[in-house]
Ligand binder design. Structure first.
Ligand code: PLP
Length: 370
């Protein structure tokens, strides 16, 4: 199989663990393991202390799948497959898609969500982000205009990485309606679910709204537990989940046992993770708003309404990649240029989930003034 490098991840590989400051990370700071363990019920603590490090159940432990069901309306333990998110995406695309299939996905978008389909030989059709009233927007009527009789799959990601856009209930119903009316499967990446800093966002999962939707969620973003490397596919179409489970036998086979216990505790205590994360994101967003007001000549900042990121335009002569490379060399600040999203050369992602955001912004401001 031939697959292009994952540009975002390659760029992070270059700087994430060497740059002094990370201004573009999409995850919130990782919680300490002890924070998770302190929330454990007696039974969960016992599971942790007596855990045996043998193989685990391919689709995920029953305790974890039960903890996951609480966050959906129509999902039972049989409608869940636990896996790392990247693996889930890779396996799902491989069981759903074949050469020549038409697939609609958003642009910009997290690369693996379209690159795997390209490597299978599918024809990709991009649903482009637009700017409206100083916000990014994905217009459902544009999506509808892209559907053809050959469309096999629609891929969405809300809250959206990188723009931080999420539809309201009316638009989300319209998107689901387009998939249903045309009999098209919907893959909904909901990795940033519940990181909502505006009450008009719709947090209903696609798998609860449409019987032919497959949703993806995980611990990395919403919970600040990226190091667990865990996520899950949820769908009322169990046939698809069974096929993904069989495909997984060629990949990891089963999940990491300690991570499953920690994820179960986190899912049973969701607010303890989501609330501090939203507080941090909201505080950093306000700081960034004032920064952009002071430096409007340098940046255009379409306001996000959800998630932990924004996608801003750099009003500079050089390319975003050239600027990013210079910035990290001169200051130790890593930003993620839009070239890594296959989205031109003038944007960068900003991440709001880090405690040292104010400090990084201070160094950044001094630099651009110089
Ligand atoms: C939209 C989206 N989907 C999936 C993932 C993968 O999640 P994980 O890092 O937990 O594998 C990411 C990570 O950045 C993401 O932004």
């Amino acid at each position: 199989m031939n697959i292009k490098d994952f540009s975002i991840e390659r760029y992070f590989a270059k700087y994430e663990f060497t740059a002094k400051y990370l201004l573009s990370s999409s995850d919130c700071d990782g919680f300490p393991m002890q924070y998770v363990l302190d929330l454990a019920s007696n039974e969960e603590r016992k599971s942790w202390e007596t855990l045996k490090l043998g193989y685990t159940e391919t689709r995920g432990s029953l305790a974890l799948r039960k903890a996951i069901t609480q966050h959906y309306q129509h999902i039972t333990a049989d409608n869940i497959l636990v896996s790392s998110p990247g693996e889930a995406n890779f396996a799902l695309m491989n069981v759903l898609l074949q050469k020549e299939d038409e697939v609609i996905c958003m642009s910009p978008m997290y690369q693996s969500l379209y690159q795997v389909a390209i490597s299978i030989g599918c024809k990709l059709v991009f649903w482009q982000a637009e700017k409206q009233n100083n916000q990014w927007y994905f217009d459902p009527s544009r999506l509808e205009s892209l559907v053809t009789p050959k469309t096999k799959l629609i891929i969405t990601n809300f809250p959206h990485n990188p723009t931080g856009y999420s539809p309201d209930a009316e638009d989300w119903d319209a998107i689901i309606g387009i998939a249903r009316k045309n009999g098209i499967a919907l893959f909904s990446d909901e990795m940033y679910r519940f990181l909502s800093h505006n009450s008009s966002n719709d947090t209903r999962s696609a798998c609860d709204l449409y019987e032919n939707a497959i949703s993806l969620w995980g611990t990395a973003k919403t919970f600040g537990l990226a190091g667990l490397r865990l996520g899950w596919l949820t769908s009322r179409n169990t046939d698809i989940l069974h096929k993904v489970e069989a495909f997984k036998d060629y990949l990891s086979i089963c999940n990491n046992a300690p991570s499953e216990v920690l994820a179960t505790i986190a899912l049973n205590n969701q607010a303890k993770f989501v609330e501090p994360n939203i507080q941090k994101i909201s505080k950093n967003l306000e700081l960034f708003k004032s920064f952009c007001e002071r430096n409007a000549y340098f940046l255009d900042f379409p306001l996000p309404n959800s998630g932990s990121t924004a996608f801003v335009q750099l009003k500079i002569k050089e390319t975003a990649m050239e600027f990013a490379e210079k910035l990290v060399r001169d200051t130790g600040i890593m930003i993620l240029p839009s070239e890594t999203f296959d989205y031109g050369t003038k944007h960068t992602r900003i991440g709001f989930g880090r405690e040292n955001f104010a400090e990084i912004l201070g160094v950044f401001e001094q630099y651009i003034h110089r």
